[in-house]
Structures are given as C-alpha cells and as structure tokens.
Design a protein around this ligand. Structure first.
Ligand SMILES: [Zn+2]
Length: 629
C-alpha cells in the first residue's frame, strides 16, 4: 500500500546554527503516489545549486521543493560558489531499508581522501554516526561538487534530501553536533517516558486498569487533568513546550492562512532540553501532524513515524502493540550503551476514530467495520458543511442512538487494548530494572466527544475533550505530592525540574512544586472562532471571540468583548448536569477579568519567518479518512 509505505519512512532530523537557503526533498516514491500529488515542474532552484540529470525538482508551494529521484541510486549536485558559500549541510532522510549511504566531495582541490565522507549506516540506526554532515567548500574553488550515493537493499524506498543549508557569514565552525547528543551525561539521570495516547477520555479508568495496576500506588492519578488546544497538533506542541497554544503557535492544519507555522522557534522543547543534559532521545509517533516538518523533531536523535491509516485498524500493522514492540527494540539497543539519561516519546493512536478494536476484542466474529464510516457520515450530514463552534453550541443532533452506543463500546475496547499494550511495556521496563527509577507520564492528548452538548470528535472545551486520562509515576527515589489539577503544560517544567533545569519562565508548574489552587486556562484556536475556557473558584467560563487565526484575538476584539459567554459548575457537570449556570456577579466578573488579562497580556503573536511544510496530498487524504475535513 503506497500511502502507508510513505508514512513509514524513518525521519532523522537535526537543528543547527544554519541558515536554510534551499529546502527540498529527494524521494523515491511508490509508483502510485505521483498520480495523487499535483507536482508542478520547478525551474526555480537557486542558481548556485545545479542538479544532476535524473534529479527532478518539483515544488508545490513558493518555498517548498520536493525532488524526485527516479531510476538511479546516486545523484549529484553542483554548487556554484559565487555567493561565497563556505559550508553546506547535507541532511539525508532515508527509509529503514537503506543500509549504506556515502557522501563524497570529489571536485575540491584538496586531498580527495580528506574530503571523502563515507557514511555506513547500520540497519539498527542506533545513532547513525554522521547522518548529517557538513561539507566544507574550499575557499579558492568557485564551484564544488558534492556527490551523494545511496545504496539500498530494495528499490522501492523513500529517500529524501531534504535541505541544503549554508552556514551564515562569520560562522565557520560547522560542528554543531546536530542529530547527536549535545552533551555527555554527567550523572545517571532518570529514564523518562512520555506516552501520549490519542483521544483518551478521562472516564476510561476501568478500561485502563491493567496500566494503572502496573504503575503501582506511587503513580499520581489527577482527578482534574487538563489538556490544551482541543486536538492533536496544538495539544502535543503544548506538551513539548509547556506553553499554551497561542504562545507556541502550532495550531495545526485547518486549510486557512497561517496553517504553515511550526512550533514557535524561540521555545525550548522537552527533547531539546534533555539533549542539553546528555539524554538520548527517541520518538515513535503515529500521526502525521506531529512530525519533524512541524518542528517536533527538534532535539530527537531518533524519530520514526509509523502512521496509522484507516485500514491499519483492521490490519493492526502499526497499532499500539507494534509500537510497543518497536520501543522495546530500541530500548534493547540503548541498554547496550547505558541505562540512564534516556528519553522516549511514544504516541499511539488506537482509540481514535474509526475506533475499531482488534477483532479478538469483539465477541461477534462477523463485525461490520463499516459501522464507523456510517457513524461519521451521519455526524457529517447532521452538522453540515459550514459547521462552527457556535453551531455545536446551539444544536443537539439526532443520531441513531444504537450506533452511538456501539461506537462508544468500540472506543472503550480500543482503549482497553491500548492499556494492555502499555501495561506490557511497563512490565518490560520492570524486567530491565528500568521501571523504578523512571519518570513515566501517560496522558491523552485530548478526549473524544460522542454528541455531548452537540459536539463530536475532539472539538470543544467541555470535559469530554479537555479532561483527558492522565497519570504520572515519579522516580521511586522521589516523593511527589498527589495533585489533582495537572495540565499537559506542566510536563516540560516537571521534566526540567527532574534534571535540574527548571526555569520560572514556563507557563506550567513542575508537579513536584504544584499547588492545586490554580486557574485552569485552555485555548481553542480555529479559523472561525477563538474560544478560551477559564476555570476558577469552582466555576468554568467559556468565552468565544472573533478569530484572529492563527493568533489570539486582536486587542480591539478583546475590548469589544466575546460573542458568547458560557458558565458551568464543573462539579455539577461531573454528575451529568450540563446545564449552564449564571454565576454570582463577583465570580462572573473575576472570570472575565482573568480572560481579559490573559489575552491582553499575551495577544502579541510571535513572528516567524520559517514555515512548516504544507501537508502533502496523501497526508490530507489520510486526515480526511480519519475524520478531519
Ligand atoms: Zn489527538
């Protein structure tokens, strides 16, 4: 299956003090793919970069290039050095099957052997030694050729030459150690696991009993956890940066201007922070919106995307079980080197729509997989094309209750299956003596809504969505307070505190020092409306403003006030009472004041020139199949 093969490319990324002067990609793509991507032949490669025959460059936006390599296992490009380029960086992003990559620089005047870069990549990809190589261009030569040969075992592989970067003037030192640990750990720092289970509602404790049991009594189970941003992209960016969505700016893809913005480059991410402490960082993700192209690769030494497409819910090729097996493989490799200063980010997708659990979890042997598509089309038909937050707020939808019940049951079975797999992973950590001293964070990135108050999927700022399941197991040698009010933006400061790098600049608070008496703030940034939920003094207010997507509302809009104000009493909502309550005037005024102060204080958007890649057509199709329009 072509699309799935593309998604399984291993991506290695890096960050260095380089100025990107050309962004491109060199891919060998399965034959069906070019038919589905509208490539436009590009004649505008930068003048200094001359590409060989056989290397065709295409672009699909003004600034992004994809180069398609056909029928050849090697390619060459030549740099015309009139611009005084002193060094370039050649990152190779390649599939899991390439076993030998050689980079050489044959045309410089200096000693050939000195400029021969031979990169042997072992199949394990454990620290590919010099995957990212800086090639110095001889000062007197006006042009240099750089040749990259790729040997591969199988012909149908994805290979990407993603970018060629130039060192900015005055920066002669090219060894920024990109893609490799920034430091050697000076002490035995705890292994850290951040496990994100997509679409995990709070009310799934029973289904997750195997995981909870395995974590043991020292694990914190907050009763009022919160997540940010209402869906996968902003939620994960908040976890990674400890910042609210309006601050990290990665609001995801909604086919609107501003969608191409990656994570705010001025913010440090969890893997970056840990790389500075000598951690070795690995990521295994199952969703295309949290990839390195949106800056999720920063600080990782190993990054793999095993995308879960619609059919994978049936084949189970890349489900939670497969992901756990992959993680175990990596840990086996890593333990040969060290048993500390290791960070793993695992993102599993099984509970997400289409909800289909593994067949062994369903009693009926003739399960009708198409039921979830029927459910989706009923939801889509009920909502209509131009649905917005205010439509959800105003309408209750009349769906087949039996179908809704069935989908909820499938969902819970998928959650249970995922819980079992993570429990199996925890058991494995115990067999390796890694469990006790590890910091383990397990969280939903958001919940899921089955029509409560007119919302489906992961959409609103109500409990079904922003109160996920969450649990945190501190290292056994530390005693952390049991806290109820933990937010996903607390993860970065918590991890920072654990490795002695806490900074008060973070929006979140380390769990180690947390008090429960905090205001809860969650943002929803969409093209049509901006909504923000404020919880304080036992009351929750949701304020909806005109959107200034992808940023927070403008000062004028904030001054004019919200389009809609909603007030709830969370403890009543817990009893199933979703009725709006008019709070006493003092509390109402206080919530309004909190939201205005938060917005006015932070309304300035961040300025970023770098833009993330636009999702490819196949990514868009996959997203559509998963219910994203
Ligand atoms: Zn998600």
């Amino acid at each position: 299956m072509a699309i799935s093969a593309l998604n399984k490319a291993i991506l290695y990324t890096l960050r260095g003090d380089f100025e990107t002067v050309w962004e491109g990609g060199l891919r060998k793509i399965d034959e069906q793919i070019p038919d589905t991507i509208e490539y436009i032949r590009d004649e505008e490669s930068p003048q200094w970069l001359q590409l060989d025959d056989g290397l065709q460059t295409y672009h699909f936006t003004d600034s992004e290039y994809v180069s398609l390599l056909s029928g050849s296992d090697e390619f060459r490009f030549t740099i015309d050095n009139e611009q005084g380029i002193r060094a370039i960086e050649v990152p190779i992003i390649f599939s899991d099957k390439a076993d030998d990559i050689r980079i050489s620089q044959p045309n410089t005047e200096s000693d050939d052997s000195k400029n021969e870069f031979r990169i042997q990549v072992e199949q394990s990809y454990d620290y590919p030694p010099v995957l990212w190589r800086t090639l110095t261009v001889s000062e007197d030569s006006r042009s240099s050729g750089i040749r990259v040969d790729v040997d591969q075992r199988e012909p149908q592989l994805n290979r990407l030459l993603r970018s060629v970067q130039r060192l900015p003037d005055g920066k002669q030192e090219a060894n920024t150690a990109v893609g490799l640990p920034a430091a050697v750990p000076t002490e035995e720092q705890p292994p850290i696991f951040l496990i994100s289970v997509d679409t995990l509602r709070y009310d799934q404790h029973e289904e997750l009993h195997s995981l909870i049991d395995e974590l043991g009594p020292n694990a914190i189970l907050p009763s009022e956890p919160r997540t940010q941003g209402t869906w996968t992209p902003p939620s994960h960016a908040s976890m990674f940066t400890g910042a609210h969505p309006g601050d990290h700016g990665y609001v995801g893809y909604r086919k609107a201007p501003g969608d191409k913005r990656p994570i705010n480059p001025s913010l440090t991410t969890i893997p970056e922070l840990l790389a500075e402490k000598g951690y070795k960082n690995s990521a295994l993700v199952s969703h295309s919106r949290i990839l390195p192209e949106f800056d999720f690769g920063r600080g990782f030494h190993r990054f793999r995307h095993d995308g879960m497409g619609y059919s994978d819910w049936v084949t189970r090729d890349s489900d939670a079980k497969a992901s756990v097996n992959q993680m175990i493989d990596w840990i086996e490799q890593d333990l040969a080197v060290r048993d500390h200063s290791l960070f793993y980010f695992l993102h599993v997708f099984d509970p997400h729509y289409p909800y289909i659990p593994p067949t062994e979890r369903i009693d009926s042997p003739d399960i009708d997989f198409s039921r979830s598509k029927t459910f989706r089309s009923q939801v889509d038909a009920a909502k209509g094309d131009d649905w917005t937050y205010l439509d959800g707020y105003r309408n209750e939808y009349d769906l087949d209750p039996e179908l809704v019940r069935e989908m909820k049951e499938w969902y819970s079975l998928s959650v249970e299956y995922t819980g079992h797999q993570i429990a199996r992973f925890l058991q494995y950590l115990k067999t390796q003596d890694l469990f006790e001293e590890s910091l383990i964070i397990i969280t939903g990135d958001h919940g899921e809504e089955f029509g409560e108050r007119g919302f489906f999927s992961h959409t609103s700022l109500y409990d079904g969505n922003i109160r996920p399941f969450m649990t945190i197991k501190p290292p056994a040698s530390e005693s952390w307070p049991q806290k109820d009010a933990i937010d996903t933006i607390d993860f970065l400061p918590t991890i920072a505190q654990s490795v002695g790098e806490y900074s008060p600049e973070y929006s979140g608070t380390p769990i180690q020092r947390k008090s429960d008496a905090t205001q809860r703030i969650t943002e929803r940034i969409y093209p049509e409306w901006y909504s923000i939920s404020i919880e304080a003094d036992g009351t929750k207010g949701i304020f909806t403003y005109d959107s200034n997507y992808p940023d927070r509302p403008t000062k004028d809009v904030i001054q004019q006030g919200p389009e809609l104000e909603e007030f709830y009493v969370p403890c009543e909502v817990r009893k199933g009472n979703y009725r709006e309550e008019e709070p006493i005037p003092e509390i109402k005024a206080k919530l309004r004041q909190i939201v205005e102060e938060f917005l006015v204080d932070k309304s300035a958007s961040y300025d970023v020139t770098a833009e993330a890649s636009r999702p490819s057509q196949e990514t868009m199709e996959q997203l559509q199949n998963l219910g994203y329009k």
